[in-house]
Design a binder for this molecule. Structure first.
Ligand code: R5P
Length: 274
């Protein structure tokens, strides 16, 4: 609900990201090369985007990927959640050493609907990454741009309710409008504890279509606004079937079985992305 004139810009962009029709979103995460370089399924990113863009509600990606890989005719067709933190690579074990990498001015130039910052709670760089988030919120909110916080927890911390809720709640308190986190047992508690901030669920490593669909289903049932899946979609042998199936769970409240039927109907002729 819009509660002040100052929130009109934020609400407008939030409505582009999370449909006000059902308060749900299928965000497609294709930001992985920002720290891991050529990634299976994203090596030819223009093909990946062309193939999957019609079926997602929002594309989470990086400045360079937007500039280099979105076909001119597709620019503006889907809102962009622009990753604006980074500065590390898989060559270093400690991935939490991130800083802000994109100015709010450039995010506005690119017509970003929102900007995303990673926060690593319990890591060596906890304070730095929380301050990355708050610095970006301070800049972005001035221009009516919502900030999504990508939560990560320290290497030795379990991805369970205790730590994921800790990370998510810290991000909400910092002022994030959307929190991205991992699914865990008792996930509905996490959603309740950060309400009314929208929660989207990361997919994690490629698993299998039924497992990824079950995670999406359980997340939605627990009250998540949607998913921000990457590898479980673009690394599947049937990426279009996968994103359509996930969409049916998120927007149509389909069961895993119903979603698998959609997936299987797209299998003939499906092509794996490079
Ligand atoms: C991680 O920092 C990135 O934001 C990824 O986009 C995120 O982990 C989601 O992708 P996946 O579903 O492949 O885990």
């Amino acid at each position: 609900m819009v509660n002040s004139y100052l929130d009109i810009g934020v609400q407008s962009r939030m409505n582009r990201i999370i449909s006000p029709k059902d308060n749900r979103v299928v965000m497609l995460a294709i930001d992985h090369p920002y720290f891991q370089g050529p990634t299976t399924g994203l090596r030819n990113m223009s093909v990946t985007i062309k193939t999957l863009l019609p079926y997602c509600d929002c594309l989470m990606t990086t400045r360079g990927a937007v500039r280099a890989n979105i076909a001119p005719e597709d620019v503006g067709s889907k809102p962009i959640m622009l990753r604006v933190s980074g500065g590390n690579s898989v060559l270093f074990e400690e991935l939490s050493d991130e800083k802000l990498t994109v100015t709010i001015r450039d995010a506005i130039r690119m017509d970003a609907a929102g900007v995303a910052v990673s926060v690593f709670i319990g890591s060596a760089n906890q304070q730095q990454t929380i301050l990355n988030l708050t610095d970006m919120i301070n800049s972005a909110e001035e221009y009516g741009i919502p900030v999504l916080a990508v939560t990560a927890v320290g290497k030795n911390m379990a991805r369970d309710l205790r730590y994921l809720a800790l990370a998510s709640r810290i991000c909400q308190d910092a002022g994030a409008r959307i929190v991205k986190t991992y699914y865990c047992e008792e996930f509905s508690k996490l959603v309740d504890w950060v309400a009314p901030t929208a929660v989207v669920v990361a997919g994690g490593k490629y698993s299998s279509p039924p497992d990824a669909m079950k995670m999406a289903y359980d997340s939605i049932q627990a009250g998540a606004a949607g998913v921000d899946f990457g590898r479980n979609i673009f690394q599947d042998k049937n990426p279009v079937g996968m994103i359509k199936a996930i969409g049916s769970i998120v927007h149509g409240n389909h069961t895993v079985k119903e979603a698998m039927d959609i997936y299987n109907s797209c299998l003939p002729g499906a092509t794996k992305l490079d």
